[in-house]
Write a new protein. Structure first.
Length: 300
């Protein structure tokens, strides 16, 4: 049996093994998205019309003039941008610390992962209690420090800050563990050679760590963008999108459109637009990843 025949047989076996996964992917992803695309061209509101009626691009035209959608998109953008930046900075600091050798490092690594492992809805309830303006721990700390108390979840700006704090606490370990994996793959010989050349730790970080860690950073940003942009449970539990829509994210607005107003056609159009925005970001980040392929050997 020649090499080409053997390779063709291995590829065929690989595709056969992929069939169950592809079918599952189709059922849980492709079909719902395709259904949303289809339904977006119809008007169907169970409150006024049981049968769907073809309306072309009417739902998308309505979306262009929907101030509530654009406000929710703006809220989502602010939340996503600030959360990811803070998570990246704090996660990098945690990863750099955990990359060092010290007693109890394995235990600390496990403890760091606890916030990420806990259910988001449960932690949302805990943070809602922490930021309660009457008996919350956050205001107790402000009283001890001699500062005025804050209506955390009752004022627009503070409610957004409270959500960002809760999200950063919850998901920073995810970024930290991805960056730590990248740090572990960088050879210690590179730092030793750089130190011999007279470089200090800051220069080594800028000239070795950051360039070699770029792929992991971009992967972490990609995952966190998709998660943050579609956040639902934390916001629903802590603020429900309030006060006065100040923390209403796109996912919350879509949920209200479909669940509360029973407007399935318009809700599908909202899903399609959000999906396309996510896909555009994924393509952009994937392009950046393709430009930063770096082979690192001698991991620790």
């Amino acid at each position: 049996m020649n090499q080409n025949t053997l390779r063709s047989r291995e590829q065929l076996i690989g595709w056969l093994l992929l069939i169950p996964a592809l079918l599952l992917l189709f059922l849980v992803f492709t079909y719902p998205i395709g259904r949303a695309f289809w339904l977006g061209f119809f008007t169907q509101n169970l409150g006024t019309q049981l049968q769907p009626r073809f309306s072309g691009l009417a739902n998308y035209g309505r979306l262009l003039g929907d101030g509530r959608f654009w406000q929710s998109l703006w809220n989502t953008t602010i939340f996503t941008t600030v959360s990811i930046l803070l998570e990246l900075l704090i996660g990098m600091a945690i990863a750099l610390v955990l990359d060092k050798s010290f007693r109890g490092r394995g235990l600390i690594r496990t403890v760091v992962l606890i916030p990420w492992a806990l259910p988001t809805a449960v932690m949302g309830l805990a943070w809602a209690w922490i930021f309660n303006d009457q008996y919350g721990v956050a205001n107790d700390i402000l009283r001890i420090l001699g500062q005025d108390t804050v209506t955390w979840l009752g004022e627009p700006a503070w409610a957004m800050i409270a959500l960002i704090i809760a999200d950063v606490w919850k998901t920073t370990p995810f970024i930290a563990i991805i960056l730590l994996a990248g740090l572990q793959s960088i050879s210690a010989d590179l730092y030793e050679a750089h130190a011999i050349d007279g470089a200090n730790p800051v220069q080594s970080f800028k000239q070795i760590t950051l360039p070699l860690l770029t792929p992991q950073i971009l992967i972490a940003l990609l995952f966190r963008f998709a998660q943050s942009f579609g956040i639902f449970d934390l916001v629903q539990v802590m603020t429900g999108g309030g006060p006065a829509g100040a923390t209403e994210m796109v996912s919350i607005y879509i949920y209200a459109t479909v669940r509360r107003y029973l407007d399935f056609g318009y809700g599908a159009a909202l899903v399609v637009v959000t999906f396309l925005l996510l896909i555009a970001t994924v393509i952009m980040v994937s392009f950046l990843l393709s430009k930063t392929k770096i082979n690192v050997t001698g991991g620790r």
